[in-house]
Design a protein around this ligand. Sequence first.
Ligand SMILES: CC(C)(COP(=O)(O)OP(=O)(O)OC[C@H]1O[C@@H](n2cnc3c(N)ncnc32)[C@H](O)[C@@H]1OP(=O)(O)O)[C@@H](O)C(=O)NCCC(=O)NCCS
Length: 156
Amino acid sequence: MQKLPQPDGLEPVTIIPYADAAHRSQVVALWEVVFGYDAPHNKPSLAIDKKISAKDGLFFVALAGALVVGTVMAGYDGHRGWIYSVAVSPSHRRQGIGTRLVSMAEQALTAQGCVKINLQILEGNASVTAFYESLGFSVEKRISMGKRIPKNVPGA
Ligand SMILES: CC(C)(COP(=O)(O)OP(=O)(O)OC[C@H]1O[C@@H](n2cnc3c(N)ncnc32)[C@H](O)[C@@H]1OP(=O)(O)O)[C@@H](O)C(=O)NCCC(=O)NCCS
């Protein structure tokens, strides 16, 4: 568990593995505020269920006391590592929590043997690009493609 002192007046923030009984409702609420996705395949409870079933130990939350103030998910397929769902509560931004979440995901991916980490950002999101650049990521010229598998998306 990472535990670092916070600036005066702020509760210390810890980064720990996601625990469904303690964190689910708060993570859903955080993602609804931060991402506001409405597509069925992005439904928070579906994403959480599928991640838990992967049992890969690559889902972490940032806690201020008992309050979930951030999340990160990662995935490793044996070739590349991916980082997803990096979210920090608007009230807790610019305190280094996002940096610590990504660092935790990086450490976990590194421990699994990962040699390269990728992530995707919506085009034009300059502040998130600046965030990842501050962590050593760089924009690579690639075309990102995707395909949905509707039969695995309830309600689609
Ligand atoms: C992106 C996000 C996770 C950053 O979290 P955070 O805890 O505020 O980030 P940090 O405090 O660790 O920031 C580290 C550095 O990143 C850069 N940075 C962070 N937010 C930034 C912003 N809005 N604009 C420009 N640079 C930014 C800065 O260099 C910052 O260092 P500084 O505060 O000393 O200047 C947070 O803003 C967020 O949840 N955004 C909405 C969700 C999202 O878009 N997630 C990414 C999906 S891939």
